[in-house]
Each structure stands twice: as structure tokens, then as C-alpha cells.
Design a protein. Structure first.
Length: 139
């Protein structure tokens, strides 16, 4: 059974680009063997991530992330059984914040700031779908 999980967290302390690239590199290396795909967005010290795969593998990864000392304020935004993956092309894709049009954030939120703590999981997923559709994701 496939599931999709989306969560938000805050980085402690705010991580730099090297640390972010390390996280992405580890994800791209480890996720294929576990059958996990997904998408990560990081901006202003906030992570928002969607994970897809088998229920057990996704749950184990989420629990590990929630216990990771680099994260705080971990919030589960959505969890659902799915018939197919939305992010099958990425062991872990990353949103290219440099290509992100602020109008896209305004479409889904009161401000042009990425803040998943003030929008629903459903709205966050709609935003991710649009990011994929507008080629704002890099491998």
C-alpha cells in the first residue's frame, strides 16, 4: 500500500546551503532502496516535505525526521493512502526557491512567505503540485 505524508518543521539552528545539500544527497542515496520518493522545500528556516512510498517505510522515515535534532516544531500536515505517486520522478526533488514566483505563494497564503503553519495540508499539496507543473523543482 502506498501512502503520501506531508510535514513541516523549523530548522534548528537555521541550516546553511552545505547542510541542506548534505540532507538532499543522503535522501537521494538512501530513499531509492526504501522505495521512497518525494519533494523538499526549504526557505527561511522552514522545511516542508512530501514523502511517498510504502506505509511502513514512510512512517519510519517520518519518525526519524521528527526525532532529528536539526528539526523542531514538526507538524504533520497530511497523511493519506494513494493509488499512485505524484513525485515518482524524484528520490528527493528540491524546490528551486530562486525560480519561485512570489505570486504563487500569494495564491495560497495571506503573504508571499512560505509558511506551512498557517495553511492546511491540502493547500500545501496544491502548492507543491503547482511547483511541479511550473518546473520549479530540480533533481
Amino acid at each position: 500500500m502506498l501512502v503520501r505524508l506531508m510535514y513541516a518543521s523549523r530548522a534548528v539552528p537555521a541550516i546553511d546551503n552545505d547542510e541542506l545539500h548534505t540532507i538532499l544527497r543522503q535522501s537521494k542515496h538512501n530513499n531509492p532502496a526504501k522505495g521512497i520518493t518525494g519533494l523538499l522545500c526549504y526557505s527561511g528556516g522552514v522545511f516542508i516535505q512530501a514523502l511517498e512510498g510504502g506505509r511502513s517505510a514512510v512512517s519510519q522515515l517520518y519518525n526519524r525526521i521528527a526525532a532529528d535534532p536539526r528539526h523542531t516544531d514538526v507538524v504533520l500536515l497530511s497523511y493519506e493512502e494513494i493509488g499512485e505517486r505524484r513525485f515518482a520522478g524524484w528520490a528527493m526533488g528540491q524546490v528551486n526557491m530562486a525560480r519561485l514566483n512570489p505570486a504563487l505563494l500569494l495564491k495560497y497564503s495571506a503573504t508571499a512567505t512560505l509558511d506551512p503553519y498557517v495553511i492546511s495540508g491540502k493547500v500545501s499539496m496544491a502548492m507543491f503540485d503547482e511547483l511541479v507543473a511550473t518546473a520549479s523543482v530540480m533533481c
